[in-house]
Design a protein around this ligand. Sequence first.
Ligand code: SIN
Length: 195
Amino acid sequence: MLNTTEENRRRHPLHPDHPVWLFGYGSLIYKADFPYLERAPASISGWTRRFWQGSHDHRGTPKNPGRVVTLIESPGTLCAGMAYRITPDVFEHLDHREKNGYLRFSTPMTFHTGEQENGLVYIATADNGAFLGEASEQHIAHHIAASHGPSGSNADYLLQLAEALRELGAHDAHVFHIEAALLRTGQPHPTKNSP
Ligand code: SIN
């Protein structure tokens, strides 16, 4: 299976004493299973969230991958998420968690106060082996309803993300349309804090 862990270590050599910002836009918004020094809502510009990435290791299996979010370039669009200031050793854990096709990129981030910082963001680009690509929101909802993996159901991932975005006051039509379509299929409500 594709594994981006080594590539991520090579791409961004980090100074062990210098904390860095991480921007999360998917499960990293609602599941902070790592230590952080600070956390604050933020957004990045020029990207939009899409359920176009396959999950072979968390919300699906190698045979039946689930669908999780990645970012697609979209000039003029703001993507809301959560920024965490972390010490570089935390990337050991994060690179493993995000190993299924995600690479670290550097991005400017804007906080709600208007302040800006540079951060790292995990993006699964279209050329990665786990990329599933575009599909209708109805199709994605059915795919998600049928997918499960070691970290739990794919439905939980979607419902927890939608809830976290509402808590941030962020409107994401793609996520909310898929959530509505999923709920029409009669999926159960998410179990809180499932990994
Ligand atoms: C992220 O949350 O920033 C990356 C995608 C994911 O882990 O769901």
